[in-house]
Design a protein around this ligand. Structure first.
Ligand code: ADP
Length: 630
């Protein structure tokens, strides 16, 4: 029976032995003062912190049973039990971990010698005291119990044979007592006497909810009452060889709350430069394709199987938001918070390592099974392209993952930059591409004629965002990326027909065209790149594309004035005929010249107001019909 604590005397007598009163180290007092008096809202994290401590103690115990000869209760199950007493308003956590001797109790729960709480104190010193956000940022391990409890008792017995049990008690006010106690089993039992307005933590639905959220994957059995809580294993910590496909699928469905099967599963562990266990899934479908708006990031961050954040900012790049799964790193402090996560150099490093690994993984999958990769690609290419546009660091790798049709593929088939390069002559320094609405449209247009004639491959990009994406890519694997619809490309001459306009005639013709067309186009030249079209409109090499111009306009930005230049095909019958017509019927020749130019501009997506073109069209038709009937 306790005789009570005398305020004057430090030592009290109990029936078992002496209960000693100790004062907390000054730094602990400071921590407790803040924990108890702060209005910090996220109090529920206390449970995560205590379960995590128990799990650590069990982990250490597992090691002891392997390395030590004599261990007290060597065969006891390594587990955590939580019991709730709503009436008494208590929550009790019992683990069969290493426990503590009297000295360890004093050292561990009376002083601050450990990393997490030290960092907390340092941050406090920087930010001034009593700051809510500081608790949020660091958590305070064991002492967080005092956020919800007015009194905490720790009953503990060390793993070492012959040690006695002890009881540590405190109300967090400045001192604690330690006394010898009858503790039957190895490990620690924490009894939290909940504050009046924190009694919800003695209710099983509340506690179960918190465990589901934070502690579902700890590696030891966790019971609430008699019920085993954590039935799904932390697969990411196991070896790949010990996991079946069914287990992966089950885990994916569980963590992602998904109904479908994973399309790809990437499981890897690394020790350097960081210790990482990651298990990431690509879902079957890309939900964003169904117009739901951007999906939420789906990769959770764990530290030693304890959840830190289920949607951490900055863990993965935004464009990998379709990935589901878990990243676990032992290098992170357990109580790193949302706010500090973004700035954390560690998280940045994690981000970099995992992103690289994932892109490498996709590369391997693409080589292994191209058909499966293409199926993935048709659904998820949007994300990779976002990555190309946004991420300088991973651009090279991402470009390698792009797929597209080209003049060398048929129908729906796709190819890659690597294949393009492999097919091209070794001395070709450029990769030519063109952005358009669809394959048929590009093939009907004037731009790839000369390339086809010369047997030079042109890649087709027909996705709405491709224009924007490709603007960001200067080169791939050392080859310069060049749009096929710009002026000044040197791909060699195309053979001209016998009656083609040549020399002075050609020059005179282009001068006449230029004068006739006036301000509507830039330069007019006779070209060597056209075979079946009479003319093509080309953008200056450095001009923004029509798609980019449209975007600027929609965003209310100033749109730079761009004039396309016109290239004329000297072999085309329309051109050779027109050259004759300008003497015999100057008025009609004028109409035809303008119509030819507008058609070329239309094909280039550069006609803003087609009314004039339509009117002129009508005029030409009228003259045609009049000519026939006269
Ligand atoms: P941290 O966990 O960051 O070290 P805590 O304040 O949570 O800080 O805990 C302080 C120390 O108390 C721990 O390092 C550990 O040695 C000891 N401890 C806490 N909980 C237990 C437990 N359930 N069993 C054994 N030792 C524990």
């Amino acid at each position: 029976m306790s005789l009570g604590i005398s305020p004057i005397c430090n030592h009290i007598i109990t029936t078992m032995s002496q209960a000693e009163t100790h004062t907390f180290q000054a730094e602990v007092k400071q921590v407790l003062d803040i924990v108890i008096h702060s209005l910090y809202t996220d109090r529920e994290i206390f449970l995560r912190e205590l379960i995590s401590n128990a799990s650590d103690a069990l982990e250490k115990m597992r090691l002891k049973t392997l390395t030590e000869e004599s261990v007290f209760q060597k065969d006891a199950e390594l587990s955590i039990k939580i019991t709730l007493d709503e009436e008494a308003g208590t929550i009790t956590l019992t683990d069969t971990g290493i426990g503590m001797t009297k000295e360890e109790l004093q050292e561990n729960l009376g002083t601050i010698a450990h990393s997490g709480t030290k960092a907390f104190l340092n941050a406090l010193k920087e930010k001034g005291d009593g700051n809510d956000s500081v608790i949020g940022q660091f958590g305070v391990g064991f002492y967080s119990a005092f956020m919800v409890a007015e009194k905490v008792e720790v009953l503990t017995r060390s793993w070492q044979e012959g040690e006695k049990g002890h009881k540590w008690t405190s109300d967090g006010a400045g001192s604690y007592t330690i006394e010898e106690a009858d503790v039957e089993n190895r490990g620690s039992t924490l009894v939290l006497h909940l504050k009046e307005d924190e009694k919800e933590y003695a209710q099983s639905f509340r506690v179960n909810g918190l465990i589901d959220k934070y502690s579902n994957f700890i590696s030891f059995p966790l019971y609430v009452g008699d019920e085993r809580k954590n039935t799904v294993e932390a697969l990411w910590r196991k070896s790949k060889n010990d996991i079946t496909d069914e287990q992966y699928t089950e885990f994916y469905k569980f963590t992602a709350g998904a109904q479908d099967e994973p399309r790809y599963t990437m499981h890897f562990s690394a020790d350097a430069p960081l210790s990482i266990n990651a298990l990431l899934f690509v879902p079957t479908e890309n939900q964003e394709r169904f117009g739901t708006g951007p999906i939420q990031a789906g990769t959770s961050l764990y530290c030693r199987q304890v959840l830190i954040d289920d949607a951490p900012d900055g863990l993965l790049p935004e464009w990998l938001r379709f990935l589901k799964g878990v990243v676990d790193s032992e290098d992170l402090p357990l109580n790193i918070s949302r706010e500090s996560m973004q700035d954390s150099a560690l998280v940045k490093k994690l981000n970099d390592v995992i992103t690289k690994r994932f892109l490498k993984f996709l590369e391997r999958e693409a080589n292994k099974d191209a058909a499966a990769y293409n199926e993935f690609y048709t659904r998820f290419s949007r994300f990779l392209k976002e990555g190309v546009a946004m991420s300088h660091d991973h651009r090279e790798q991402l470009c390698g993952l792009l797929r597209f049709p080209s003049t060398s593929t048929e129908g729906e088939d796709m190819t890659s930059f690597q294949e393009y390069i492999d097919r091209a002559p070794e001395d070709q320094e450029e990769i030519y591409y063109i952005v358009g609405n669809n394959r048929a449209g590009i093939e009907a247009g004037p731009y790839i004629e000369a390339f086809k004639e010369k047997g030079i491959e042109v890649a087709f990009f027909t996705d709405g965002i491709d224009e924007y994406v490709m603007e960001n890519v200067m080169e791939v694997k050392g080859k310069k990326l060049v749009p096929a619809n710009r002026e000044g490309l040197d791909i060699g001459e195309v053979e001209e027909s016998a009656d083609a306009l040549k020399g002075e005639t050609a020059e005179k013709f282009s001068t006449w065209m230029s004068e006739t067309l006036g301000e509507s186009v830039g330069k007019v030249t006779v070209s060597s790149r056209l075979t079946s079209s009479p003319a093509a409109a080309l953008l200056p090499a450095d001009a923004p594309s029509p798609q980019v111009r449209m975007m600027l306009e929609q965003m209310g930005q100033p749109v730079p004035e761009v004039k396309a230049s016109l290239e004329i095909n000297p072999s085309h019958t329309l051109v050779t005929g027109l050259d004759k017509l300008r003497d015999s019927d100057p008025a009609l020749a004028n109409l035809v010249a303008k119509q030819m130019a507008d058609s070329a501009l239309l094909a280039a997506g550069m006609v803003e107001n087609p009314t004039e073109l339509l009117q002129r069209n009508q005029e030409v038709l009228e003259r045609l019909v009049a000519g026939e009937t006269n």
